[in-house]
Design a protein around this ligand. Structure first.
Ligand code: OGA
Ligand code: NI
Length: 359
């Protein structure tokens, strides 16, 4: 079986350090082939992903609630991505989380290097996804850590600095997990199933949750590279807290790349591959990528809400019929996530390669 190697195939270079030394060019290892560069097929548009007010989910007006569920259903069908407002998470906490992590990335390099990660678990301070020698890399550094299950939560692998980092992220994780639980209920009801359905399929109480903080330094040649290459999120559902000042996330929509205009204090929600699999493709994960720019750094917090990692994830029997046979074989999330950990971000190639029906 595939296994993760102990170490990276090439010495790690921090993109943040490159950004400080490269004034008018970038190393070849970051230059994408022309078809992957940002300018190809991104069109100027005022289109944005849907913005959905969640306050009816916290109140008791059944009609308003049904209308919100319908908006979420449409957003999932049309985009696989939406922004949520009135989501119940304190704005001050959102700002504190993002700014604390920004401060981490502005600490001296030797402090950050103490948390350098390896491809074995990816936990810690990292600068590449995937272990293929000679791969073209993305223009970003990141920090990856586990929040759940509790047996994987290890404060020693979380930064000790800034001093507030652990407390702030603990509280943030608690609030975001609650919010994800609510959204999972909505997604279940929108499949015509009982509200606990997806949570059960994810392993009930034993779900996984992890955070990737992305740091996209300024780039002198933003037209030649990407901050994060096209991918769908391998996990269940993602709650992204974007930079409030700097756009960068692009979502694929009918062959175009749409740049998301983040609304202050909104979260961006997207469906991951595991929900596509369980729902037998009633929900679809959607490709997205990140562009960088030459005058502003960008920080984002991607919170991944995932199934328990060692149980089989497969199309739910409730959604399999003679007309809709199962599209995917059963696989644990531990197995599934090896692909991106070995190969790096590759569009939707993984989930698409699993489709079992042939025509
Ligand atoms: C991710 C991701 C988008 C962003 O971390 O998976 O898609 O805007 N991030 O940083
Ligand atoms: Ni993503």
């Amino acid at each position: 079986m595939l296994n993760s190697p102990q170490d990276w195939p090439e010495p790690i270079v921090r993109v943040q350090s490159l950004s400080e030394t490269c004034v008018d060019s970038i190393p070849d290892t970051y230059i994408k082939p022309p078809s992957h560069r940002p300018s190809s097929s991104s069109s100027f548009t005022t289109t944005n992903i849907p913005i959905i007010d969640l306050s009816p989910l916290y109140a008791s007006d059944p009609e308003a609630r049904a209308a919100t569920l319908a908006q979420i259903l449409d957003a999932c069908n049309d985009w696989g991505f939406f922004q949520i407002v009135n989501h119940g998470v304190s704005h001050a906490l959102m700002d504190a989380a993002r700014e604390t992590w920004r401060a981490f990335f502005h600490l001296p390099m030797d402090i950050k290097q103490a948390y350098a990660n390896s491809p074995k678990t990816y936990e810690g301070y990292g600068s590449r996804l995937g272990v293929e020698k000679g791969a073209i890399l993305d223009w970003s550094d990141y920090y990856y850590l586990h929040y759940l299950p509790l047996c994987l939560k290890d404060y020693d692998k979380w930064p000790a600095l800034p001093p507030s980092c652990r407390d702030v992220f603990d509280e943030y994780g608690r609030e975001v997990v609650k919010l994800c639980g609510r959204l999972m209920k909505v997604l279940s009801l929108n499949l015509g199933l009982h509200e606990g359905f997806l949570q059960n399929a994810f392993g009930g109480e034993d779900i996984g949750a992890c955070l990737r903080v992305n740091f996209y330094p300024k780039c002198p040649k933003p037209e030649l590279t990407l901050g994060l290459s096209s991918h769908s999120d391998p996990g269940g559902m993602t709650l992204l807290l974007p930079d409030d000042q700097v756009p960068g996330l692009q979502v694929r929509k009918s062959g175009d790349w749409i740049t998301v205009k983040p609304l202050p204090h909104a979260f961006i929600v997207n469906i991951g591959d595991q929900i596509q699999v369980i729902s037998n493709a009633r929900y679809k994960s959607v490709e997205h990528r990140v562009i960088v720019n030459s005058d502003k750094e960008r920080v984002s917090l991607a919170f991944f809400y995932n199934p328990k990692s060692d149980i089989p994830i497969q199309p739910a029997k409730e959604l399999v019929t003679p007309h809709t046979p199962p599209l995917y074989p059963a696989m644990t999330f531990d197995q599934y996530r090896l692909f991106i950990r070995l190969k790096g971000p590759r569009g939707k190639s993984q989930v698409e390669s699993l489709t079992t029906t042939t025509s």
